[in-house]
Design a protein around this ligand. Structure first.
Ligand SMILES: [Zn+2]
Ligand SMILES: [Zn+2]
Ligand SMILES: [Zn+2]
Ligand SMILES: [Zn+2]
Length: 491
């Protein structure tokens, strides 16, 4: 591959991995990649196989599988499987509850990968065959058995494709998808999965240095440097949710990617000083509770104050996290409205004495509140008292401090938080000016900060697909910045 921005190396730890082959600026495009295949995630409810919106009782007139309407029957991604299902006379079996997950769609993405292999054998050989599948480890798990029945037996026996694909090949493809695919947003709004052979070569770190953007019309991915990267440094993607605590990140990576992460963040009980996993001590006022060995989920946790001696087990900690997380997940089901704010504030208060203020659970509540204040009925931005505006701004600044360490550089999340931050700062300055507590000169000076927020937010977010929520926010940020600058000039 003659690309001048990166190269592929190989070692024992990562297998194949990517390194920068020149110095890269933050935001610089490193490469683009087209998906080898994309489609529904496992356990999806019935989705349109053209645009991935939820469907109810609408089936393709040719093959009898879910599509939302005539245009999606013609979708290029659906063409090959449509013909195949129609020929084999294998139809989707209607379900009672069209919103419940159904294993029937689990075969679609593996089938698309198998069909893509036939259509592009060269790319399969060059980019897919070498992909890690962790077959030995997968074979030990119940999911292997489910894939064998729902996918391998279904495609080979039921759809009579035995002359084209062996069951071993089907399992290889399931492994490629499980280990290497990434979740991406779709036009229909549901998230789906895709395999990007070059992106998949990037090694994992819990502190990534690259970002990827999906373009929604053809699902191309653009991979950029999030921070300045020196020639020779490796390129790292975060395969898991970067703002979850170490215990949950490592569990997810082991479960779904089959490795024990031992990156600098995982090895540090304080998560590089961000305290995403840290608890307050209920026995003393001096210490906090940290894992004695974050690289071992079974390891005990104890108070940092030597005189306190409070201890608890890894298992107890894991259980407590699960209970509180379930409670927080319920809040995510609330419609954005006054209750969404009030119940989150109540939950924050309830756990204030349990968790460090930057613990992942409290941080995610604060992140949601930063987005809700100013946006829901009864809490409109121009009606918020200064105290609440300050609270919104504080939550945004807290997020930015954590992001600086854990997802450094020009990430989507940073762009969105900066956009949220500009509004309270702007309104506080204007309120103070109207109240006569600051001069016009001071107002002009104070409005430089929201301008900077909008400038950076629009720069980051305008790289996103213009149809995506982030892309739309990027455009709004740019327009707001121009308006704010114009209003300053008019002062
Ligand atoms: Zn559709
Ligand atoms: Zn069809
Ligand atoms: Zn890690
Ligand atoms: Zn203590």
């Amino acid at each position: 591959m003659g690309d001048s921005h990166y190269k592929i190396l190989e070692n024992d730890k990562y297998g194949r991995y990517l390194v920068a082959s020149k110095d890269l600026d933050s935001g610089e495009l490193i490469f683009t990649d087209t998906p080898f295949a994309f489609g529904p995630k496992p356990d999806s409810p019935p989705l349109c196989l053209g645009c991935y919106c939820p469907v109810e009782n609408t089936l393709c007139s040719r093959c009898g599988w879910p599509v939302c309407g005539a245009p999606c029957e013609q979708a290029p991604a659906h063409a090959a499987e449509c013909q195949l299902f129609a020929q084999a006379r294998v139809r989707f079996q209607p379900v009672d509850d069209w919103t419940a997950s159904s294993p029937q769609l689990d075969c679609i993405t593996p089938l698309r990968l198998l069909l893509a292999r036939e259509q592009d054998p060269t790319r399969w050989q060059q980019e897919l065959v070498a992909m890690e599948t962790h077959s030995a480890a997968r074979r030990e798990r119940p999911a292997w058995r489910a894939d064998q029945v729902n996918i391998a037996d279904f495609l080979v026996d039921h759809c009579k494709l035995g002359d084209r694909f062996s069951k071993e090949l089907v399992q290889q493809v399931c492994g490629i998808l499980e280990v290497n695919s990434v979740e991406i947003p779709s036009r229909g709004g549901f998230s789906i999965r895709a395999v990007y052979p070059r992106l998949a070569v990037a090694a994992h770190s819990c502190v990534p240095n690259i970002v990827h953007t999906i373009l929604q019309n053809d699902y191309q991915v653009q991979v950029r440097a999030a921070v300045p990267i020196k020639s020779g440094e490796s390129l790292h993607l975060c395969y898991t949710h970067a703002l979850s605590p170490t215990m949950l990140r490592r569990e997810f990576l082991m479960e779904s990617k089959f490795f024990q992460c031992d990156c600098a963040r995982c090895a540090d009980p304080t998560e590089l000083g961000t305290h995403l996993s840290t608890l307050k001590c209920s026995k003393c006022d001096n210490g906090v509770i940290l894992s004695t060995n974050p690289l071992d989920n079974e390891a005990g946790w104890q108070c940092t104050d030597k005189n306190c001696g409070f201890k608890t087990s890894g298992a107890a900690m894991r259980k407590m996290l699960a209970v509180v997380q379930a409670e927080v997940d319920q809040l995510d089901a609330l419609e954005p409205g006054p209750a969404a704010i009030e119940q989150r504030e109540a939950t924050l208060k309830k756990y204030k004495s349990v968790f460090h203020p930057q613990h992942s659970i409290l941080l995610s509540l604060k992140h949601s509140l930063a987005q809700l204040y100013g946006r829901v009925e009864g809490y409109e931005i121009d009606e918020l008292p200064d105290l609440v505006l300050e609270r919104k701004a504080d939550f945004c600044r807290l997020m930015l401090r954590v992001l600086d360490v854990l997802i450094p550089g020009e990430s989507r999340m940073r762009g969105m938080v900066l956009y949220e931050l500009h509004a309270p700062i702007m309104f506080i300055a204007r309120n103070e000016f109207s109240a006569g507590t600051i001069t016009q000169e001071k107002l002009k000076e104070r409005l430089q900060e929201p301008i900077k927020c909008l400038e950076e937010a629009s720069r980051i977010l305008m790289r996103e697909d213009p149809q995506s929520p982030e892309g739309i926010t990027g455009l709004i940020a740019q327009q707001s910045m121009e308006q704010l600058k114009a209003s300053l000039d008019a002062l």
